[in-house]
Design a protein around this ligand. Structure first.
Ligand code: C2E
Ligand code: MG
Ligand code: MG
Length: 523
Protein backbone atom coordinates (compact mmCIF):
# COMPACT_ATOMS: atom_id res chain seq x y z
CA UNK A 1 0.00 0.00 0.00
CA UNK A 2 2.67 2.50 0.94
CA UNK A 3 5.02 3.15 -1.94
CA UNK A 4 8.44 1.62 -1.66
CA UNK A 5 11.45 3.17 -3.23
CA UNK A 6 15.14 2.74 -2.84
CA UNK A 7 17.32 5.39 -1.30
CA UNK A 8 19.53 5.24 -4.35
CA UNK A 9 16.66 5.59 -6.77
CA UNK A 10 15.04 8.92 -6.38
CA UNK A 11 13.31 9.31 -9.69
CA UNK A 12 10.71 7.14 -11.30
CA UNK A 13 12.98 5.45 -13.81
CA UNK A 14 15.57 4.52 -11.29
CA UNK A 15 12.80 3.26 -9.04
CA UNK A 16 11.50 1.02 -11.79
CA UNK A 17 14.95 -0.32 -12.51
CA UNK A 18 15.42 -0.96 -8.80
CA UNK A 19 12.31 -3.10 -8.53
CA UNK A 20 13.07 -4.95 -11.75
CA UNK A 21 16.44 -5.85 -10.36
CA UNK A 22 14.86 -6.94 -7.07
CA UNK A 23 12.38 -9.28 -8.76
CA UNK A 24 15.07 -10.64 -11.02
CA UNK A 25 17.18 -11.56 -7.99
CA UNK A 26 14.22 -13.21 -6.28
CA UNK A 27 13.42 -15.13 -9.43
CA UNK A 28 16.96 -16.42 -9.70
CA UNK A 29 17.92 -17.08 -6.11
CA UNK A 30 14.61 -17.13 -4.28
CA UNK A 31 15.58 -14.31 -1.94
CA UNK A 32 16.48 -10.64 -1.78
CA UNK A 33 17.45 -8.33 1.00
CA UNK A 34 18.28 -4.70 1.12
CA UNK A 35 17.50 -1.28 2.40
CA UNK A 36 14.49 0.65 1.29
CA UNK A 37 12.80 3.84 2.36
CA UNK A 38 9.29 3.61 3.61
CA UNK A 39 6.78 6.21 4.68
CA UNK A 40 4.96 6.23 7.98
CA UNK A 41 1.30 7.15 8.29
CA UNK A 42 2.28 10.58 9.47
CA UNK A 43 4.20 11.10 6.25
CA UNK A 44 7.64 10.71 7.79
CA UNK A 45 10.11 8.76 5.65
CA UNK A 46 12.18 6.13 7.42
CA UNK A 47 14.80 3.50 6.48
CA UNK A 48 13.76 -0.13 6.56
CA UNK A 49 15.65 -3.40 6.15
CA UNK A 50 13.63 -5.84 3.99
CA UNK A 51 14.30 -9.47 3.50
CA UNK A 52 12.09 -11.30 0.96
CA UNK A 53 12.00 -15.07 0.46
CA UNK A 54 10.04 -16.92 -2.18
CA UNK A 55 8.01 -19.90 -0.84
CA UNK A 56 7.92 -22.79 -3.28
CA UNK A 57 4.47 -24.32 -3.77
CA UNK A 58 4.62 -28.07 -3.09
CA UNK A 59 1.65 -28.85 -5.28
CA UNK A 60 2.70 -26.69 -8.19
CA UNK A 61 6.03 -28.46 -8.59
CA UNK A 62 8.26 -25.82 -7.21
CA UNK A 63 7.22 -22.49 -8.79
CA UNK A 64 6.76 -19.83 -6.15
CA UNK A 65 3.27 -18.64 -5.28
CA UNK A 66 3.97 -16.83 -2.08
CA UNK A 67 6.58 -14.52 -0.77
CA UNK A 68 7.48 -13.83 2.79
CA UNK A 69 8.78 -10.37 3.50
CA UNK A 70 10.27 -9.34 6.80
CA UNK A 71 10.48 -5.61 7.45
CA UNK A 72 12.74 -4.21 10.11
CA UNK A 73 12.61 -0.54 11.00
CA UNK A 74 16.29 0.48 11.11
CA UNK A 75 15.85 4.19 11.80
CA UNK A 76 17.24 3.71 15.33
CA UNK A 77 20.33 1.93 14.08
CA UNK A 78 20.80 4.53 11.36
CA UNK A 79 20.56 7.30 13.91
CA UNK A 80 23.09 5.68 16.18
CA UNK A 81 25.47 5.15 13.26
CA UNK A 82 25.04 8.82 12.51
CA UNK A 83 25.78 9.65 16.14
CA UNK A 84 28.93 7.55 16.07
CA UNK A 85 30.05 9.27 12.92
CA UNK A 86 29.38 12.62 14.57
CA UNK A 87 31.29 11.66 17.72
CA UNK A 88 34.27 10.63 15.64
CA UNK A 89 34.40 13.99 13.92
CA UNK A 90 33.19 16.54 16.43
CA UNK A 91 34.51 17.65 19.79
CA UNK A 92 32.38 16.25 22.63
CA UNK A 93 32.53 19.43 24.66
CA UNK A 94 31.99 22.19 22.12
CA UNK A 95 30.59 20.26 19.16
CA UNK A 96 33.10 21.98 16.91
CA UNK A 97 34.91 19.87 14.30
CA UNK A 98 37.62 17.92 16.10
CA UNK A 99 41.27 17.43 15.25
CA UNK A 100 40.60 14.65 12.74
CA UNK A 101 37.90 16.44 10.79
CA UNK A 102 39.90 19.65 10.85
CA UNK A 103 42.97 17.88 9.50
CA UNK A 104 40.81 16.53 6.71
CA UNK A 105 39.47 19.93 5.78
CA UNK A 106 42.88 21.54 6.03
CA UNK A 107 44.36 18.94 3.69
CA UNK A 108 41.58 19.54 1.20
CA UNK A 109 41.96 23.30 1.47
CA UNK A 110 45.72 23.04 0.91
CA UNK A 111 45.07 20.89 -2.16
CA UNK A 112 42.57 23.41 -3.51
CA UNK A 113 44.89 26.35 -2.79
CA UNK A 114 47.70 24.54 -4.57
CA UNK A 115 45.52 23.95 -7.62
CA UNK A 116 44.19 27.45 -8.01
CA UNK A 117 47.16 29.32 -6.59
CA UNK A 118 45.21 30.94 -3.77
CA UNK A 119 46.28 31.76 -0.22
CA UNK A 120 44.87 30.39 2.99
CA UNK A 121 45.34 31.33 6.62
CA UNK A 122 45.71 29.00 9.56
CA UNK A 123 45.23 30.52 13.00
CA UNK A 124 46.18 29.02 16.32
CA UNK A 125 44.12 30.43 19.20
CA UNK A 126 44.96 29.94 22.86
CA UNK A 127 43.03 31.56 25.69
CA UNK A 128 45.12 33.64 28.08
CA UNK A 129 45.20 32.51 31.71
CA UNK A 130 42.59 29.81 31.08
CA UNK A 131 44.42 27.54 33.50
CA UNK A 132 43.94 30.03 36.30
CA UNK A 133 40.20 30.14 35.66
CA UNK A 134 40.03 26.36 35.53
CA UNK A 135 42.04 25.94 38.72
CA UNK A 136 40.33 28.62 40.72
CA UNK A 137 36.69 28.27 39.59
CA UNK A 138 36.64 24.58 38.80
CA UNK A 139 36.49 22.48 35.67
CA UNK A 140 32.77 22.88 35.41
CA UNK A 141 33.05 26.60 34.88
CA UNK A 142 36.06 26.00 32.64
CA UNK A 143 33.97 23.71 30.44
CA UNK A 144 31.10 26.15 30.26
CA UNK A 145 33.50 28.88 29.28
CA UNK A 146 35.02 26.76 26.51
CA UNK A 147 31.56 26.01 25.13
CA UNK A 148 30.63 29.67 25.03
CA UNK A 149 33.94 30.69 23.53
CA UNK A 150 33.45 28.03 20.85
CA UNK A 151 30.01 29.39 20.01
CA UNK A 152 31.26 32.93 19.74
CA UNK A 153 34.23 31.98 17.57
CA UNK A 154 31.99 29.94 15.29
CA UNK A 155 29.52 32.81 14.99
CA UNK A 156 31.98 35.28 13.45
CA UNK A 157 33.71 33.16 10.84
CA UNK A 158 32.62 32.90 7.20
CA UNK A 159 30.68 29.82 6.07
CA UNK A 160 33.72 28.64 4.15
CA UNK A 161 35.92 28.83 7.29
CA UNK A 162 36.32 26.13 9.91
CA UNK A 163 36.92 26.57 13.61
CA UNK A 164 37.96 23.52 15.57
CA UNK A 165 38.93 22.69 19.12
CA UNK A 166 42.25 20.89 19.34
CA UNK A 167 41.94 20.09 23.02
CA UNK A 168 42.30 22.14 26.19
CA UNK A 169 41.83 25.81 25.47
CA UNK A 170 43.36 25.60 22.02
CA UNK A 171 41.40 26.30 18.86
CA UNK A 172 42.39 26.30 15.21
CA UNK A 173 40.77 28.36 12.50
CA UNK A 174 41.09 27.63 8.82
CA UNK A 175 40.31 30.48 6.45
CA UNK A 176 40.65 29.37 2.84
CA UNK A 177 40.84 31.77 -0.12
CA UNK A 178 42.10 34.95 1.44
CA UNK A 179 43.44 37.73 -0.76
CA UNK A 180 46.14 39.14 1.48
CA UNK A 181 47.60 38.94 5.00
CA UNK A 182 45.29 41.85 5.79
CA UNK A 183 42.27 39.62 5.37
CA UNK A 184 43.76 37.23 7.90
CA UNK A 185 44.39 40.13 10.28
CA UNK A 186 40.77 41.21 9.93
CA UNK A 187 39.53 37.72 10.75
CA UNK A 188 41.86 37.55 13.77
CA UNK A 189 40.52 40.92 14.87
CA UNK A 190 36.93 39.70 14.58
CA UNK A 191 37.74 36.54 16.52
CA UNK A 192 39.36 38.61 19.27
CA UNK A 193 36.41 40.98 19.44
CA UNK A 194 33.96 38.10 19.57
CA UNK A 195 35.23 37.02 22.96
CA UNK A 196 36.04 40.47 24.31
CA UNK A 197 32.56 40.87 25.82
CA UNK A 198 32.52 39.46 29.35
CA UNK A 199 31.08 35.98 29.90
CA UNK A 200 28.45 35.48 32.55
CA UNK A 201 28.78 32.07 34.13
CA UNK A 202 27.28 30.89 37.39
CA UNK A 203 26.68 34.44 38.49
CA UNK A 204 30.23 35.47 37.75
CA UNK A 205 31.52 37.87 35.17
CA UNK A 206 34.58 36.51 33.41
CA UNK A 207 36.82 38.35 31.00
CA UNK A 208 39.03 36.25 28.76
CA UNK A 209 41.35 37.23 25.97
CA UNK A 210 42.89 35.14 23.22
CA UNK A 211 46.40 35.00 21.83
CA UNK A 212 46.37 34.22 18.13
CA UNK A 213 49.17 33.04 15.85
CA UNK A 214 48.72 33.21 12.08
CA UNK A 215 50.51 31.17 9.42
CA UNK A 216 49.78 31.63 5.73
CA UNK A 217 49.88 29.14 2.88
CA UNK A 218 52.10 29.15 0.85
CA UNK A 219 54.15 31.95 2.49
CA UNK A 220 54.85 30.23 5.83
CA UNK A 221 54.54 26.58 4.92
CA UNK A 222 53.11 24.32 2.29
CA UNK A 223 52.09 21.31 4.30
CA UNK A 224 49.82 20.78 7.21
CA UNK A 225 52.52 20.01 9.78
CA UNK A 226 54.50 23.11 8.97
CA UNK A 227 51.53 25.41 8.95
CA UNK A 228 50.29 24.20 12.33
CA UNK A 229 53.77 24.37 13.88
CA UNK A 230 54.34 27.86 12.58
CA UNK A 231 50.93 29.13 13.65
CA UNK A 232 51.74 27.69 17.08
CA UNK A 233 55.12 29.45 17.17
CA UNK A 234 53.43 32.72 16.19
CA UNK A 235 50.89 32.21 18.98
CA UNK A 236 53.74 31.84 21.50
CA UNK A 237 55.12 35.06 20.24
CA UNK A 238 51.75 36.74 20.75
CA UNK A 239 51.76 35.50 24.35
CA UNK A 240 55.22 36.85 24.98
CA UNK A 241 54.15 40.19 23.59
CA UNK A 242 51.64 40.74 26.32
CA UNK A 243 48.85 38.40 25.24
CA UNK A 244 45.46 39.48 23.89
CA UNK A 245 47.02 39.98 20.50
CA UNK A 246 47.62 38.30 17.20
CA UNK A 247 50.96 37.73 15.51
CA UNK A 248 52.00 36.60 12.06
CA UNK A 249 54.65 33.99 11.69
CA UNK A 250 58.05 35.32 10.65
CA UNK A 251 61.35 33.78 9.58
CA UNK A 252 62.89 34.92 12.84
CA UNK A 253 60.27 32.98 14.77
CA UNK A 254 61.06 30.02 12.65
CA UNK A 255 64.70 30.18 13.75
CA UNK A 256 63.64 30.31 17.36
CA UNK A 257 61.17 27.47 16.91
CA UNK A 258 64.01 25.38 15.50
CA UNK A 259 66.21 26.27 18.45
CA UNK A 260 63.46 25.21 20.80
CA UNK A 261 63.14 21.90 19.09
CA UNK A 262 66.89 21.31 19.19
CA UNK A 263 66.93 22.21 22.89
CA UNK A 264 64.11 19.87 23.66
CA UNK A 265 65.99 16.98 22.10
CA UNK A 266 69.38 17.82 23.61
CA UNK A 267 67.96 18.50 27.05
CA UNK A 268 67.04 14.84 27.38
CA UNK A 269 70.72 13.91 27.59
CA UNK A 270 71.92 16.96 29.50
CA UNK A 271 71.81 15.27 32.90
CA UNK A 272 73.53 12.02 31.90
CA UNK A 273 76.07 13.88 29.83
CA UNK A 274 76.90 16.07 32.82
CA UNK A 275 76.16 19.25 30.94
CA UNK A 276 74.22 20.90 33.75
CA UNK A 277 76.08 22.98 36.32
CA UNK A 278 75.06 24.98 39.33
CA UNK A 279 76.37 28.44 39.94
CA UNK A 280 75.95 30.03 43.31
CA UNK A 281 75.15 33.60 44.26
CA UNK A 282 75.61 34.81 47.81
CA UNK A 283 73.01 36.69 49.81
CA UNK A 284 74.58 38.99 52.30
CA UNK A 285 73.28 40.66 55.45
CA UNK A 286 73.18 44.46 55.20
CA UNK A 287 73.84 44.77 58.88
CA UNK A 288 76.86 42.53 59.25
CA UNK A 289 78.16 41.94 55.73
CA UNK A 290 78.07 38.24 56.51
CA UNK A 291 76.93 35.73 53.96
CA UNK A 292 73.49 34.45 55.03
CA UNK A 293 72.63 32.10 52.16
CA UNK A 294 73.64 31.13 48.64
CA UNK A 295 71.19 30.67 45.80
CA UNK A 296 71.81 27.80 43.41
CA UNK A 297 71.32 28.94 39.81
CA UNK A 298 71.38 26.41 37.05
CA UNK A 299 73.31 26.73 33.78
CA UNK A 300 73.49 24.42 30.83
CA UNK A 301 76.89 23.87 29.34
CA UNK A 302 75.70 23.14 25.84
CA UNK A 303 78.24 21.54 23.47
CA UNK A 304 77.36 23.98 20.66
CA UNK A 305 75.57 26.91 22.25
CA UNK A 306 77.98 27.42 25.15
CA UNK A 307 76.70 28.40 28.59
CA UNK A 308 72.91 28.63 28.28
CA UNK A 309 71.01 30.60 30.95
CA UNK A 310 67.92 29.13 32.60
CA UNK A 311 65.56 31.71 31.10
CA UNK A 312 66.23 30.03 27.77
CA UNK A 313 65.88 26.38 28.67
CA UNK A 314 63.79 26.12 31.85
CA UNK A 315 60.58 27.13 30.01
CA UNK A 316 61.28 24.38 27.47
CA UNK A 317 61.96 21.90 30.26
CA UNK A 318 58.71 22.95 31.95
CA UNK A 319 56.75 22.35 28.83
CA UNK A 320 58.19 18.92 28.17
CA UNK A 321 58.03 17.86 31.81
CA UNK A 322 61.81 17.42 32.01
CA UNK A 323 61.95 20.09 34.69
CA UNK A 324 61.04 17.56 37.37
CA UNK A 325 64.13 15.45 36.67
CA UNK A 326 66.24 18.55 36.38
CA UNK A 327 64.79 19.82 39.64
CA UNK A 328 65.71 16.60 41.37
CA UNK A 329 69.24 16.85 40.04
CA UNK A 330 69.45 20.45 41.34
CA UNK A 331 68.30 19.38 44.80
CA UNK A 332 70.85 16.59 44.95
CA UNK A 333 73.72 18.68 43.62
CA UNK A 334 73.02 21.72 45.78
CA UNK A 335 72.66 19.75 49.02
CA UNK A 336 75.86 17.82 48.27
CA UNK A 337 77.68 21.10 47.63
CA UNK A 338 76.55 22.65 50.90
CA UNK A 339 77.60 19.53 52.79
CA UNK A 340 80.96 19.67 51.09
CA UNK A 341 81.42 23.33 52.04
CA UNK A 342 80.45 22.66 55.63
CA UNK A 343 82.97 19.89 55.89
CA UNK A 344 85.62 22.32 54.70
CA UNK A 345 84.85 24.86 57.37
CA UNK A 346 82.87 27.34 55.26
CA UNK A 347 80.20 29.46 56.99
CA UNK A 348 77.20 27.25 57.68
CA UNK A 349 74.50 28.85 55.51
CA UNK A 350 71.52 27.45 53.71
CA UNK A 351 71.38 26.93 49.97
CA UNK A 352 68.32 28.31 48.20
CA UNK A 353 66.93 26.16 45.39
CA UNK A 354 64.41 27.37 42.81
CA UNK A 355 61.33 25.21 42.26
CA UNK A 356 58.99 25.22 39.33
CA UNK A 357 55.24 24.61 39.44
CA UNK A 358 55.48 21.17 37.90
CA UNK A 359 57.56 19.88 40.79
CA UNK A 360 54.66 20.57 43.15
CA UNK A 361 52.13 19.15 40.77
CA UNK A 362 53.99 15.94 40.22
CA UNK A 363 53.59 15.09 43.88
CA UNK A 364 57.06 13.68 44.50
CA UNK A 365 58.68 16.83 45.81
CA UNK A 366 58.57 15.87 49.47
CA UNK A 367 60.30 12.56 48.81
CA UNK A 368 62.84 14.12 46.49
CA UNK A 369 63.79 16.69 49.10
CA UNK A 370 63.98 14.12 51.90
CA UNK A 371 66.09 11.80 49.73
CA UNK A 372 68.47 14.57 48.68
CA UNK A 373 69.04 15.57 52.32
CA UNK A 374 69.41 12.00 53.51
CA UNK A 375 71.84 11.10 50.73
CA UNK A 376 74.43 13.51 52.10
CA UNK A 377 73.25 13.82 55.69
CA UNK A 378 72.47 17.53 55.47
CA UNK A 379 70.26 19.10 58.14
CA UNK A 380 67.00 20.35 56.63
CA UNK A 381 67.48 23.86 57.97
CA UNK A 382 70.29 24.31 55.43
CA UNK A 383 67.85 24.04 52.57
CA UNK A 384 65.62 26.89 51.46
CA UNK A 385 63.10 26.53 48.67
CA UNK A 386 62.18 29.40 46.36
CA UNK A 387 58.87 29.56 44.54
CA UNK A 388 57.05 32.31 42.70
CA UNK A 389 53.80 33.87 43.78
CA UNK A 390 51.93 32.37 40.88
CA UNK A 391 52.86 28.84 41.94
CA UNK A 392 51.72 29.62 45.45
CA UNK A 393 48.43 31.16 44.36
CA UNK A 394 47.35 28.76 41.65
CA UNK A 395 48.44 25.31 42.70
CA UNK A 396 45.99 25.09 45.57
CA UNK A 397 45.48 22.45 48.23
CA UNK A 398 48.10 19.95 47.16
CA UNK A 399 50.79 22.63 47.22
CA UNK A 400 49.73 23.79 50.67
CA UNK A 401 49.95 20.22 51.96
CA UNK A 402 53.39 19.62 50.43
CA UNK A 403 54.63 22.90 51.84
CA UNK A 404 53.32 22.07 55.29
CA UNK A 405 55.08 18.68 55.23
CA UNK A 406 58.36 20.25 54.15
CA UNK A 407 58.00 23.03 56.67
CA UNK A 408 57.50 20.39 59.37
CA UNK A 409 60.98 19.18 58.45
CA UNK A 410 62.21 22.72 59.16
CA UNK A 411 62.77 23.69 55.57
CA UNK A 412 62.23 27.36 54.81
CA UNK A 413 60.30 28.82 51.92
CA UNK A 414 61.03 32.08 50.13
CA UNK A 415 58.82 33.80 47.59
CA UNK A 416 60.82 34.68 44.51
CA UNK A 417 60.23 37.72 42.30
CA UNK A 418 57.83 39.08 44.88
CA UNK A 419 55.67 41.96 43.67
CA UNK A 420 55.31 40.81 40.08
CA UNK A 421 52.56 38.23 40.59
CA UNK A 422 49.11 38.53 42.00
CA UNK A 423 49.46 37.55 45.60
CA UNK A 424 46.47 37.76 47.77
CA UNK A 425 48.08 39.16 50.87
CA UNK A 426 45.62 37.52 53.23
CA UNK A 427 46.23 34.19 51.52
CA UNK A 428 49.97 34.62 51.95
CA UNK A 429 49.62 34.19 55.71
CA UNK A 430 48.28 30.67 55.26
CA UNK A 431 51.51 29.40 53.78
CA UNK A 432 54.63 28.69 55.82
CA UNK A 433 56.67 31.34 54.01
CA UNK A 434 59.54 32.95 55.89
CA UNK A 435 61.25 35.10 53.32
CA UNK A 436 60.32 37.54 50.56
CA UNK A 437 62.62 38.24 47.64
CA UNK A 438 61.89 41.64 46.12
CA UNK A 439 61.86 41.34 42.35
CA UNK A 440 64.83 42.90 40.60
CA UNK A 441 62.71 45.13 38.39
CA UNK A 442 61.68 47.25 41.40
CA UNK A 443 65.24 47.35 42.71
CA UNK A 444 66.55 48.49 39.32
CA UNK A 445 63.92 51.22 39.01
CA UNK A 446 63.67 52.40 42.59
CA UNK A 447 66.32 55.11 42.43
CA UNK A 448 64.76 56.57 39.26
CA UNK A 449 61.09 55.90 39.75
CA UNK A 450 59.19 56.91 42.87
CA UNK A 451 56.55 54.20 42.43
CA UNK A 452 59.12 51.43 42.40
CA UNK A 453 60.74 52.96 45.45
CA UNK A 454 57.38 52.97 47.21
CA UNK A 455 56.80 49.33 46.29
CA UNK A 456 60.19 48.28 47.66
CA UNK A 457 59.51 50.17 50.87
CA UNK A 458 56.05 48.60 51.16
CA UNK A 459 57.35 45.05 50.65
CA UNK A 460 59.95 45.57 53.36
CA UNK A 461 57.24 46.85 55.71
CA UNK A 462 54.98 43.93 54.80
CA UNK A 463 57.75 41.48 55.55
CA UNK A 464 58.27 43.04 58.95
CA UNK A 465 54.56 42.88 59.82
CA UNK A 466 54.27 39.26 58.73
CA UNK A 467 57.50 38.28 60.47
CA UNK A 468 59.36 37.46 57.27
CA UNK A 469 62.86 38.42 56.30
CA UNK A 470 63.29 40.41 53.11
CA UNK A 471 66.07 40.13 50.55
CA UNK A 472 66.43 42.50 47.60
CA UNK A 473 67.44 40.86 44.33
CA UNK A 474 69.44 42.41 41.52
CA UNK A 475 71.32 45.00 43.55
CA UNK A 476 73.85 46.47 41.15
CA UNK A 477 74.95 49.80 42.60
CA UNK A 478 76.13 51.34 45.85
CA UNK A 479 73.26 53.81 45.53
CA UNK A 480 70.67 51.01 45.49
CA UNK A 481 72.39 49.41 48.45
CA UNK A 482 72.12 52.66 50.38
CA UNK A 483 68.43 53.10 49.62
CA UNK A 484 67.73 49.53 50.73
CA UNK A 485 69.63 50.16 53.93
CA UNK A 486 67.52 53.28 54.55
CA UNK A 487 64.33 51.31 54.01
CA UNK A 488 65.49 48.69 56.51
CA UNK A 489 65.92 45.77 54.13
CA UNK A 490 67.54 42.71 55.73
CA UNK A 491 69.67 41.17 53.01
CA UNK A 492 70.88 41.83 49.48
CA UNK A 493 71.74 39.73 46.47
CA UNK A 494 73.06 41.03 43.18
CA UNK A 495 76.01 41.88 40.99
CA UNK A 496 77.11 44.59 43.41
CA UNK A 497 77.66 41.92 46.02
CA UNK A 498 78.78 39.17 43.71
CA UNK A 499 77.80 37.67 40.38
CA UNK A 500 76.74 34.03 40.38
CA UNK A 501 79.96 31.99 40.41
CA UNK A 502 81.14 28.42 40.32
CA UNK A 503 81.34 26.46 43.55
CA UNK A 504 85.13 26.74 43.58
CA UNK A 505 85.05 30.52 43.21
CA UNK A 506 82.50 30.90 46.00
CA UNK A 507 84.72 28.85 48.25
CA UNK A 508 87.77 31.06 47.72
CA UNK A 509 85.66 34.22 48.08
CA UNK A 510 84.40 33.21 51.48
CA UNK A 511 87.90 32.45 52.58
CA UNK A 512 89.05 35.96 51.65
CA UNK A 513 86.17 37.87 53.29
CA UNK A 514 85.05 39.38 50.03
CA UNK A 515 81.78 40.93 51.20
CA UNK A 516 83.20 43.67 53.39
CA UNK A 517 81.90 46.35 50.99
CA UNK A 518 78.35 45.46 51.94
CA UNK A 519 78.79 45.94 55.67
CA UNK A 520 77.44 49.09 57.29
CA UNK A 521 80.18 51.67 57.22
CA UNK A 522 81.50 52.28 60.72
CA UNK A 523 82.06 55.86 61.94
P1 C2E B 1 65.68 34.03 40.05
O1 C2E B 1 65.51 32.89 40.96
O2 C2E B 1 64.90 35.27 40.33
O3 C2E B 1 67.22 34.31 40.00
C1 C2E B 1 67.79 35.56 39.95
C2 C2E B 1 68.34 35.86 38.62
O4 C2E B 1 68.89 37.17 38.62
C3 C2E B 1 69.52 34.97 38.20
O5 C2E B 1 69.45 34.80 36.82
C4 C2E B 1 70.71 35.80 38.56
O6 C2E B 1 71.86 35.46 37.83
C5 C2E B 1 70.22 37.16 38.18
N1 C2E B 1 70.90 38.24 38.89
C6 C2E B 1 71.46 38.18 40.11
N2 C2E B 1 71.97 39.38 40.46
C7 C2E B 1 71.70 40.24 39.44
C8 C2E B 1 71.95 41.63 39.21
O7 C2E B 1 72.53 42.34 40.01
N3 C2E B 1 71.51 42.15 38.03
C9 C2E B 1 70.86 41.40 37.12
N4 C2E B 1 70.45 41.99 35.99
N5 C2E B 1 70.58 40.09 37.30
C10 C2E B 1 71.02 39.51 38.46
P2 C2E B 1 69.63 33.41 36.16
O8 C2E B 1 70.71 32.67 36.84
O9 C2E B 1 69.72 33.65 34.69
O10 C2E B 1 68.29 32.70 36.53
C11 C2E B 1 67.07 33.16 36.00
C12 C2E B 1 65.90 32.43 36.58
O11 C2E B 1 65.91 31.06 36.21
C13 C2E B 1 65.88 32.41 38.07
O12 C2E B 1 65.35 33.60 38.55
C14 C2E B 1 64.99 31.24 38.36
O13 C2E B 1 63.65 31.61 38.29
C15 C2E B 1 65.30 30.30 37.22
N6 C2E B 1 66.19 29.25 37.71
C16 C2E B 1 67.52 29.29 37.96
N7 C2E B 1 67.95 28.11 38.42
C17 C2E B 1 66.89 27.29 38.48
C18 C2E B 1 66.68 25.94 38.87
O14 C2E B 1 67.59 25.23 39.33
N8 C2E B 1 65.42 25.43 38.78
C19 C2E B 1 64.39 26.20 38.32
N9 C2E B 1 63.16 25.64 38.25
N10 C2E B 1 64.54 27.46 37.95
C20 C2E B 1 65.78 28.01 38.02
MG1 MG C 1 65.37 32.49 42.72
MG1 MG D 1 63.98 36.37 41.37
Amino acid sequence: STPLYSSAASDVYKRQAFYQQMWKTIGESGRWQGEIWNRRKNGEVFPEWVSISAVADEVGGGSPRNYIAIYTDISERKASEERVRHLAQYDFLTDLPNRALFADRLKQAIGAAQRDGSRLALMFIDLDHFKTINDSLGHNVGDMLLREVAQRLASVIRVSDTVSRQGGDEFLVLAPRIESPNDAARIAQKLTESIAEPFHLEGRKLVVTPSIGIALFPDDGTDMGNLIRNADAAMYHAKQHGRNAYQFFTADMNARAMERLAMETNLRHAIEDRQLVLYYQPQVSLASGAIVAVEALIRWNHPELGLVLPARFIPVAEETGQVTNIGEWVLRTATAQIMNWQSRGMPRVPVAVNLSALQFKQGRLHDQVADALAAVGLEPRYLQLEMTESVLMTEGEATAATMAALRAMEIEFAIDDFGTGYSSLSYLKHFPVRRLKIDQSFVHEMTRDANSGAIVEAIIALGRVLGMSVVAEGVETAEQLQVLRDYGCDDVQGYFVRRPASAAEIMSLCASGAFAHVRRPTA
